[in-house]
Design a protein around this ligand. Structure first.
Ligand code: SF4
Ligand code: SF4
Length: 379
């Protein structure tokens, strides 16, 4: 398929995604705090004057991490540890680890013991997040984290700084939501890879810059001629991706090469990161807590026995998806445990699904092409 050039408003996102370490090194006006999970309270990090930057594995060969982690940890955790131990992340001032899956907790332990960076924090959020006691506990954890950040930065985070950070993150969330909605309505208006670049780039770059650039993308999309999008020959099959971290742009291309458009997702490098706004009329910590309590959980957290499956079925139906593709990282137990029951819910609702088990450091996705093609032709 002829390669489509991204629209010029997207180029800064592509540049950020191409070389996150170079971007991290270029941020000299702020200290950079790495985050590894969509449960990292980024608004607090931002309000303390740091730059929150999501860490993705650079996908170099693993050597050093093998001395500390079993090979049956997911490729994100192994890859980020390798990057840290090899000095690839030496631009970091520190990192924050929400309490989630076992692999992440082991990474947190090793990270702390290695002590390579001045700042380190575990943020022990509760497993079940939507009860009154969990809310009170979560607010206390976030307040403690705020104090840790203040001590390191040597400042007091004002309510105004927090409110400004919440507002900025809400801008990013709502623009990404409207870009996803546009892609669902006009599937060929953006390539699948564009969607990956927009979300990942927003997790990496300066957030003010990201918010301003996303506004421009929204304006550009609003002024485009939808008829031109309809004239394109791909995007007739509509897919939703479900899983944890999906940092494989080539996979987005594979879907596109078979004529399928990704019109939504349930990924923590996708809509789970930006869905749901934080209430700007409430006290910021209480409002951030409430957003976590309401936001769709990942399988490392708990909201109800069938919540994730019901949410995915509802999403597939409302987006008129032809199918769901589970993008599971090898050795990611939380998602592997959830998969059978979610698939059963999709089957009951008559929604076809495909499961791909991947290592996000694998070089070639060519062997998946036939499976994906067969699935797309079947749906
Ligand atoms: S799946 Fe859950 S625990 Fe894992 S990175 Fe995403 S949000 Fe964090
Ligand atoms: S939830 Fe899965 S992908 Fe995320 S860190 Fe844990 S094992 Fe890795």
């Amino acid at each position: 398929m002829k390669e489509l050039a991204p629209m010029k408003e997207l180029m800064p996102f592509y540049q950020a995604v191409d070389n996150p370490a170079a971007l991290g090194r270029s941020i000299t006006h702020k200290k950079v705090i790495g985050t590894l999970c969509s449960y990292a309270p980024e608004e607090l990090i931002y309000a303390a004057g740091f730059h929150p930057m999501r860490l993705f594995a650079s996908k170099k060969e693993i050597h050093l991490a093998h001395n500390h982690l079993q090979t049956y940890c997911c490729s994100v955790v192994r890859g980020v540890l390798e990057d840290s131990l090899s000095g690839h992340l030496d631009f970091l001032h520190g990192a924050v680890f929400p309490h989630t899956c076992d692999s992440m907790q082991r990474l947190s332990d090793i990270w702390r013991l290695k002590g390579r960076y001045p700042f380190f924090a575990d943020v022990i959020l509760p497993a079940k997040m939507n009860t009154p006691s969990a809310n009170a506990y979560m607010a206390a954890v976030l307040t403690r984290f705020k104090t840790d950040l203040e001590a390191d930065a040597g400042i007091t985070i004002t309510q105004q700084a927090l409110a400004d950070a919440v507002h900025l993150y809400n801008r990013i969330r709502s623009t990404l939501s409207s870009i996803y909605a546009h892609k669902s309505k006009y599937p060929a208006s953006l390539t699948n890879r564009d969607i990956h670049a927009l979300v990942k780039g927003s997790m990496l770059m300066d957030r003010q810059q990201a918010a301003d650039l996303l506004d421009k993308v929204v304006r550009r999309l609003a002024s485009a001629d939808p008829a031109a999008d309809h004239a394109r020959t791909w995007g007739t099959k509509r897919l939703i991706l479900s899983g944890s971290v999906c940092d494989m742009p080539a996979l987005y291309d594979l879907f596109q090469d078979t004529g399928a458009a990704v019109v939504g997702d349930d990924l923590c490098t996708g809509s789970r990161w930006f869905e749901g706004l934080t209430d700007e009329d409430d006290e910021p910590i209480a409002a951030i807590t409430r957003r976590y309590a309401r936001r769709m959980v990942c399988p490392a957290k708990h909201q109800g026995l069938h919540t994730r499956a019901a949410h995915l079925v509802e999403k597939a139906q409302s987006l008129k998806a032809d199918g769901v593709v589970f993008v599971l990282l090898k050795f990611c137990d939380p998602h592997a445990f959830d998969y059978p029951y979610i698939k059963a819910f999709l089957d009951d609702a008559g929604i076809r699904s495909l499961v791909l088990e991947l290592d996000d450091s694998q070089d070639s996705l060519g062997q998946l092409a036939t499976r994906i093609e067969t699935f797309i032709h079947m749906i």
